[in-house]
Design a protein around this ligand. Structure first.
Ligand code: FAD
Length: 334
């Protein structure tokens, strides 16, 4: 492999029912920084059906070029179609760095493309940088239970690829005066060649929790002890019109589902306000909420690590303070 032939930073732009989802725009912000350091173009890759018009929006978020394949066969995500389309683009245009959102589809696609074009992939990264002199992509992620950050390099293969969790990188402010180039390509696969058909998409109606988009999260940990404690936290959340989050230990205690879990093996969240009630502040929890705009921790142990991450700390028994807060907020928000 001649590494010198590979130039440019690419971002996979995921869309759902024609709508570009935020993580692609967040990655354009991070990709812009890498592309500027390497003095190369930042390119988006947009696949789907009737998506071409959305491509222009990507210039406002920092893309110089957008590779678009608009074909009915790409309307719904399938590993087979998307891997073939992206694999063909990579072989033809040879990017040196390629980043994807660590969504279900993004993770599936990135790992399939890695095997298709025989390169490496760093999953679930939270920090991206580049060694300009060596043109080496430095993709970092928590390792060994979150105790260290590991920076992973892909020295011998191209493109250098990573998935990045949604909400970790800030979405850039759009600049609608920016212009760019749309490059249209075709897919080499036909519907009749495909082994997988999407017959229907059924939404999981039980998944009423949307932590990632919540402005206010009231999260509970093992300190709230039982069902009664959890009901108390839910009441505060209701008064604040907030979403309920949880530590892993609370999920494992069976008090709520995994879709409430914040942290390394749960979700990364960035609300305006995050209440951490009876949560000790283990690093695996903190990595999932540390970028919240305001963190308010309630814990009866003044030495609890959560206070290191918090903007406001209340050293108190949750069973005393939470009902008081609920009543005060109820009055204030009436
Ligand atoms: P505890 O650590 O038991 O803390 C309870 C806290 O409540 C204590 O600080 C205590 O002082 C306080 N408390 C007790 N009583 C009261 C009271 N009456 N009023 C106020 N405060 C009180 N954890 C996650 O959360 N998310 C993850 O995604 C995650 N992923 C992990 C991945 C790996 C590979 C590993 C090894 C661990 C992971 N963990 C994760 C687990 C993590 O290490 C901690 O065990 C967990 O976060 C602790 O949960 P907790 O804070 O609710 O419980």
């Amino acid at each position: 492999m001649n590494l010198e032939e590979y130039r440019g930073v690419w971002v996979f732009i995921e869309q759902q029912e024609g709508q570009i989802i935020d993580v692609g725009l967040e990655l354009l912000g991070a990709g812009r920084d890498l592309a500027d350091k390497l003095e190369v173009d930042l390119c988006g890759v947009l696949l789907g059906h009737n998506v071409k018009d959305s491509a222009k929006e990507l210039f406002a978020y920092g893309a110089d070029k957008v590779y678009v394949i608009d074909d009915p066969v790409l309307e719904k995500y399938r590993t087979e179609t998307h891997m073939t389309a992206v694999g063909d683009l990579v072989r033809k245009y040879k990017p040196e760095i390629f980043i994807y959102g660590a969504t279900s589809n993004g993770k599936d696609l990135a790992s399939a493309v890695a095997t298709e074009v025989m390169t490496g992939l760093t999953a679930d990264t939270t920090l991206l940088d580049v060694n300009v002199e060596k043109r080496l992509f430095e993709a970092s992620r928590p390792a060994f239970g979150g105790n260290i950050m590991a920076t992973i390099l892909c020295k011998k293969h191209r493109p250098q690829m990573a998935t990045v969790r949604p909400k970790v990188m800030p979405k850039p402010e759009p600049d609608h005066t920016r212009k760019g180039e749309i490059i249209e390509e075709k897919i080499s696969i036909k519907e009749e060649d495909l082994r997988t058909k999407v017959l229907e998409i059924v939404r999981d109606m039980n998944k009423a929790v949307n932590l990632e988009d919540a402005d206010v999260i009231v999260a509970a940990g093992k300190g709230i002890k039982d069902e009664k404690g959890f009901a108390m936290v839910k009441e505060l959340a209701d008064v604040l019109n907030a979403t309920v989050g949880a530590s892993r230990d609370l999920v494992e205690a069976g008090l709520c589902g995994h879709d409430h879990q914040v942290g390394q093996t749960g979700l990364t969240v960035t609300p305006k306000i995050y209440f951490a009630i009876g949560i000790s502040g283990a690093v695996q929890h903190v990595v999932g909420m540390q970028n919240s705009e305001m963190i308010i921790a309630i814990n009866n142990d003044p030495e609890a690590a959560i206070f290191n991450a918090a903007h406001y700390g209340i050293v108190a028994d949750a069973f005393e303070i939470v009902p008081m807060l609920t009543e005060e907020f109820r009055k204030a928000l009436k």
